[in-house]
Design a protein around this ligand. Structure first.
Ligand SMILES: [Zn+2]
Length: 329
């Protein structure tokens, strides 16, 4: 056994080890590029509408994961299965083994984080539905639950529900409550809790260093702004009502936040002053850059198709197999 090779693995285990190692290395490389451009990306998205900005930042946050899965599924696995002789056991080198272990660690940490948030969310919903009173508030067509503590929240991933603390109900006027419910309704339509969960599940750069906090923080900010904009829909009266609702809820004092997969009217650490300021200086809804989204999506689909056509060539698989041989030994 050469000095760099430390363990002997059978054919399927070598494939698994290679896939994990390739996943980690591609994720690390693409992740470092994303980290290098994230500040510039945030600066660029400041010029777009909050909704577009949130979409671009979410895409950028999930890009390293998507790239790694793409490379493993379309290049590593087929080239290994096609070109690697089904020999008996073969040695695996230190770099490959370490990369595979790091892949298990980064994915394990992120999956544990996502599962924890998901379980906390389900437990919170069950607890609130048992203790709360199901009702319909104002003209909102969806049911809501009036609860005793907590904050005004939208909880749930696939079928999000609104939970309203009794003290919030009694503190807000009908207009303010309506604006707050429209804000949560906007999060429901955008499936923001599902996006929160996807971000929690997306691996960090290293097991205990996520590295994407800037992107995640600005995504959360734009998501709140987008929900504010959708709730207000260019109406000055609604805008003032929502601003007043935010201030009144903030004055009720800090509330507990049961799970990072749950969105609340006032998320902890979010910039309340900036939100209120935007609402008090309402500008007409900018729909221009929204129209660019289908064009951007079509361009992205075209780029992925082109990439697939280039990637799925025999020469590519031979090159990938040579790379994998270097990686494994
Ligand atoms: Zn919100």
């Amino acid at each position: 056994m050469p000095s760099g090779e430390i363990v002997t693995l059978p054919y399927p285990m070598r494939l698994l080890c290679l896939c994990l190692a390739a996943f980690f290395l591609v994720h690390l490389a693409v992740g470092l590029v994303v980290l290098a451009i994230q500040t510039a990306a945030v600066r660029m998205t400041e010029r777009a509408t909050p909704r577009s900005a949130a979409r671009w930042l979410l895409a950028l946050r999930l890009f390293p994961l998507a790239c790694s899965l793409f490379v493993v599924a379309t290049l590593c696995v087929p080239s290994y299965l096609w070109l690697e002789p089904e020999a008996t056991a073969e040695e695996v080198g230190f770099v490959c083994l370490l990369s595979a272990l790091l892949a298990v660690a980064v994915c394990g940490v992120s999956i544990a984080r996502g599962l924890r948030a998901g379980v906390q969310s389900v437990c919170y919903i069950n607890r609130c539905q048992r203790a709360g009173i199901r009702t319909r508030v104002l003209e909102d067509p969806s049911p809501a639950w009036v609860i005793e503590g907590g904050s005004l929240m939208l909880a749930g991933i696939m079928h999000p529900r609104i939970f309203i603390p009794r003290k919030v109900m009694s503190s807000l006027s009908a207009d303010q409550l309506g604006a707050a419910l429209r804000h949560e309704g906007a999060h429901r339509v955008s499936r923001d809790n599902l996006k929160r969960l996807l971000i929690l599940l997306a691996p960090g750069i290293f097991p205990f260093c996520r590295g994407f906090e800037t992107l995640e923080r600005h995504w959360a900010r734009f998501t709140e702004w987008a929900a504010d904009d959708r709730a207000v829909d260019g109406d000055t009266r609604r805008s003032l009502s929502l601003a007043a609702a935010l201030v009144r809820v903030a004055r009720l004092g800090p509330a507990s936040y049961p799970s990072p997969a749950i969105g609340s009217l006032l998320d902890p650490g979010r910039d309340l002053a900036a939100r209120v300021d935007r609402l008090l200086h309402l500008s007409p809804p900018a729909r221009k850059s929204e129209r660019r989204m289908p064009v951007a999506a079509a361009a992205a689909a075209l780029a992925v198709t082109g990439l697939l056509v280039v990637a799925l060539q025999p020469a590519t698989f031979y090159s990938v197999h040579r790379l994998l041989e270097h990686l494994i030994h």
